[in-house]
Design a protein around this ligand. Structure first.
Ligand SMILES: NC(=O)C1=CN([C@@H]2O[C@H](COP(=O)(O)OP(=O)(O)OC[C@H]3O[C@@H](n4cnc5c(N)ncnc54)[C@H](OP(=O)(O)O)[C@@H]3O)[C@@H](O)[C@H]2O)C=CC1
Ligand SMILES: N[C@@H](CC=O)C(=O)O
Length: 411
């Protein structure tokens, strides 16, 4: 099996190493010779001293002209990657990718091309790093109606929040560390603003609910507005803050979001720290299942790619059930009763507190003053998020103040 590797960064180099490590086992177990024959990169000079420099190229035409059985894409982004993948698939060459941006954006189009040309597009590594989740969702859980999915899906932000919580590390230092360990995207805005987690949630939800969900349709908030003071408050109150992605099939509509939430120490996510991810799936037959493991990094991600590679070597021709049915209605605000933590920043905190009492006195109201940051933390229960926001917006108009509100997530 002649493999073309596109990209030789964190993930690509891991894939190369794992292929070298597994060639003998593949030969023994499947009677196939596995061989990387081309490696596409951007900057050829970086690889001059690599033992396999002769395989490297920065010209895609070299891959087009080579005799290739499988293409593995670890470049990232939409362009030119999308065109590269379309080229392979339309020539009947199976493709494995870790690229969630591409799958969330044009996954259905790519799968259609694969189907037309009787080939495969696999993307297990695009969600949850090393955690096998797409395959179980499509194959092992095929007899279930998936009710809801909730998850920690971004290693970088989970790492940052863990370091801020456990070690009082600053946001910038924690982000730099995550980048140096290869967890972050080329542009970490994708991580910290929640786009990466949202793309992954939409891939999971589209497969799980078999409904058309565009990643740009769902409300999202990243962690860039979470302050060190918020984390200290969470600690004082025995909570943690996590960037959680969750969606629920409500029959005629989908609720889905990525947002920083407060969780209790008893939450299923409380011990999912650093670059670890976790995906909690509820099926009507099986009930709740939780999948956990390293969601980012060189070898965990390469491990997921090797899993896809083994399927292709064994001639398993299962195309992901990334089926788009009719567009679904999206519910934008959390529709159920929940507890919230709201942080207000205002000049006159006493007046603000009086107003809060008048609006929320019978809603389990608890106020905590953080005078050093001129802020007030409010814990309150509301019947649904839309009602809460109406009240909060009424307050901001009256007091010319700003706020951030966190759902207290109860899983
Ligand atoms: N890092 C992680 O933990 C995970 C990453 N992913 C996904 O895997 C993919 C790769 O991520 P990662 O390995 O971290 O990225 P890196 O930035 O580490 O590596 C990207 C590689 O692609 C090459 N490249 C970039 N642009 C081009 C281009 N136009 N033509 C040819 N080669 C190009 C780079 O070449 P050069 O070396 O010359 O610069 C580099 O080798 C992304 O889609 C990412 O979202 C998925 C799961 C986890
Ligand atoms: N940047 C991503 C990498 C894996 O998908 C993350 O931090 O999770």
């Amino acid at each position: 099996m002649r493999v073309a590797l596109l990209g030789y960064g964190t993930v690509g180099s891991g894939v190369y190493e794992l292929i070298q490590k597994n060639t003998t086992a593949v030969k023994t177990n499947f009677d196939r010779k596995l061989e990387v024959v081309k490696i596409l990169v951007k900057n050829l000079d970086k690889y001059k001293s690599h033992e396999a420099y002769h395989l490297f190229t920065n010209d895609f035409n070299d891959l087009k002209n080579a005799d290739i059985d499988i293409a593995i894409e670890t470049i990232g982004g939409i362009s030119p990657t999308g065109d590269y993948l379309k080229h392979f698939l339309s020539h009947g060459i199976p493709v494995i990718t870790a690229n969630k941006d591409l799958i969330a954006e044009i996954g259905s189009e790519l799968i259609e091309i694969a189907r037309e040309h009787n080939t495969i597009l696999s993307f297990e590594a695009s969600v949850g790093g090393g955690i096998p989740i797409l395959k179980p969702l499509q194959e092992s859980l095929a007899g279930n109606e998936i009710k809801n999915i909730s998850a920690v899906l971004n290693g970088t932000t989970n790492y940052i929040l863990t370091k801020m919580y456990e070690d009082n590390m600053g946001y910038d230092e924690a982000l730099s560390l995550a980048q140096s360990m290869g967890f972050a995207e080329a542009d970490p805005t994708s991580d910290v603003e929640g786009y990466d987690a949202m793309r992954k949630l939409v891939i999971l939800s589209t497969i799980g609910y078999k409904k058309h969900i565009r990643w740009t349709d769902l409300p999202l908030e990243g962690i860039s507005r979470v302050t060190a003071r918020d984390i200290a408050f969470a600690k004082d109150e025995n909570y943690k803050i996590k960037l959680i992605a969750f969606s629920e099939d409500m029959g005629d509509a989908i609720y889905g979001t990525v947002r920083p939430v407060f969780i209790t120490q008893q939450s299923k996510y409380a011990k999912i720290d650093n670059e670890f991810n976790a995906v909690l799936v509820e099926g009507d037959a099986v009930g709740e299942l939780m999948f956990t493991g390293k969601g980012a990094g060189k070898y965990p991600t390469a491990s997921a790619i090797l899993g896809d590679l083994m399927d292709i070597i064994q001639n398993k021709k299962i195309l992901p059930s990334y089926i788009y049915q009719d567009e679904v209605k999206i519910i934008k605000h959390y529709p159920k009763e929940a507890k919230y933590v709201v942080r207000f920043q205002a000049k006159d905190l006493n007046l603000l507190a009086a107003k809060l009492f008048s609006l929320f006195s019978d809603h389990g109201l608890k106020l905590t003053l953080a005078s050093e940051t001129q802020s007030l933390y409010v814990q309150v229960t509301e019947s649904n998020e839309k009602t809460l926001l109406e009240k909060l917006n009424q307050i901001t108009e009256t007091f010319n103040c700003n706020y951030i509100h966190y759902l207290v997530y109860d899983k």
